[in-house]
Write a protein that binds this ligand. Structure first.
Ligand SMILES: *Cc1c(COP(=O)(O)O)cnc(C)c1O
Length: 410
């Protein structure tokens, strides 16, 4: 039952109406939009029209008549508006992993006297894996990955570092980096910065241009709600474009792909960061999903995100639940849009919450993540989550054997 306090917060929420733009199940409280965003109502119709009319009837002419060929750029520009990026710097393509490869290569080429990719030890693993993969190809003379703890990042910048690769919001603890200060400190030492916006795009104002960021990547399927495996995006500041090639030199990044020339000639601008044929089904779904953001202020989104998270933190701490600790920063301005708790039986508690309709996820070791998506989450969702969590922990309901079965995806 919703208490008057939470009902009042929902009633006063200027973004409350946006929830109607999503198709959400009535029997679940969905707090995993940081992993897979919910389904916007506009998506099924657009995808169905694409399949039936464009693919089914208009067939191959759709590359021109429905402008399929231009979608990576058009969807990229829609995303650019959420990133504070002027036109011509963002393209929608591939996955974060693949885009990191292209941009790390670019960064090393732009800083020929330097070879280190500096990152945070507890960064999302794929970011580190991709840097290691690139180092394996280029060899230690041209590329080395160096990882340090978050508090040693700035003191580890030196003249060997070509690029500082960081995720703005940490996927485990939800901690938010100071993008402006770190970017400035790195650039003062001649280091390029590459920000991974997987957990920040669509949930806060970002201001890539104003912060003078060099490069960025991000995800289509988290807070942008583009659907499972939606294409990702990459940003490269205009001042760095056209200076170096990127190694995944596929035909979609060619200056004239349909000349079918045996010679590769990189396209001008951001388009050279395309490699192969874009997945049109996924890109149209993301394109439709992005319409939800039209006319919505990112400041209002951030304000609600902070309010949801702070409500949750304050309620959990006030209950002093045995064995539960807050892993995320206590103050909203230090967090992204997720709150992480830890408990010795974190995995079992996450499973029990999911069974009871509170959809969260688990990240080893022992961390339960509660993601707040301001476009569709309500303050009553926060209340439901806290009440259910509190009952489970106090009654040790998570100890039932069925909650310890591990699936392949957690
Ligand atoms: C979700 C996420 C990814 C995902 O990468 P893909 O290659 O798109 O699967 C990468 N980095 C971070 C920080 C993430 O949170």
């Amino acid at each position: 039952m919703t208490s008057t306090r939470f009902a009042k917060l929902d009633a006063e929420d200027p973004l409350a109406g946006l929830r109607d733009s999503f198709d959400l199940p009535d029997d679940k409280v969905y707090l995993d939009g940081n992993s897979l965003g919910a389904l916007p109502r506009g998506v099924p119709e657009r995808v169905s029209q694409l399949i039936q009319q464009q693919w089914g009837h208009d067939l191959i002419s759709s590359w021109n008549s429905h402008d399929w060929i231009d979608l990576p750029r058009k969807v990229g520009e829609k995303i650019a508006a959420l990133l504070g990026a002027a036109p011509g710097q963002v393209i929608c393509a591939d996955s974060i992993s693949v885009n990191l490869f292209k941009l790390l290569s670019t960064a090393l080429a732009l800083r020929p006297g330097r070879r280190v990719v500096l990152s945070q030890r507890d960064n999302f693993p794929t970011d580190l894996y991709m840097a290691e993969g690139l180092a394996g190809i280029l060899g230690p003379e041209r590329c080395q990955l160096r990882t340090v703890s978050a508090d040693r990042l700035l003191s580890s910048l030196d003249e060997d570092v070509a690029v500082l690769m960081l995720t703005q919001v940490n996927f485990r603890d939800g901690r938010l980096h100071d993008m402006a200060a770190i970017t400035k400190a790195a650039q003062a030492q001649g280091v390029l910065v590459l920000w991974d916006l997987a957990h920040s795009a669509g949930v806060m104002p970002i201001e890539l241009d104003r912060r003078n960021v060099d490069m960025a990547v991000g995800c289509g399927y988290k807070y942008l709600n583009g659907g499972p495996g939606a294409p990702a995006f990459l940003y490269l500041a205009r001042r760095h474009q056209d200076q170096v090639a990127q190694p995944l030199s596929g035909w979609m990044g060619h200056q004239n792909a349909f000349d079918f020339s045996p010679q590769y000639e990189a396209a001008a601008g951001i388009q050279r960061y395309l490699a192969g044929t874009p997945g049109i089904l996924g890109m149209v779904a993301l394109d439709a999903a992005l319409d939800v953001f039209e006319g919505v202020s990112l400041n209002a989104i951030r304000d609600k995100s902070c309010a949801l998270g702070q409500c949750f933190v304050d309620e959990v701490l006030a209950r002093e639940l045995p064995g539960i600790d807050l892993v995320s920063p206590r103050r909203a301005e230090r967090r992204g849009s997720q709150v992480s708790l830890t408990h010795e039986f974190g995995f079992e508690i996450a499973q029990a919450l999911i069974q009871k309709g509170i959809i969260v996820d688990y990240r080893a070791p022992g961390i339960i993540r509660f993601g707040f998506s301001p476009l569709y989450n309500r303050f009553s969702d926060v209340e439901n989550a806290v009440t259910t969590l509190s009952d489970l922990v106090l009654n040790q309901g998570y100890l039932e054997a069925r909650f310890s079965q591990k699936g392949q995806v957690t």
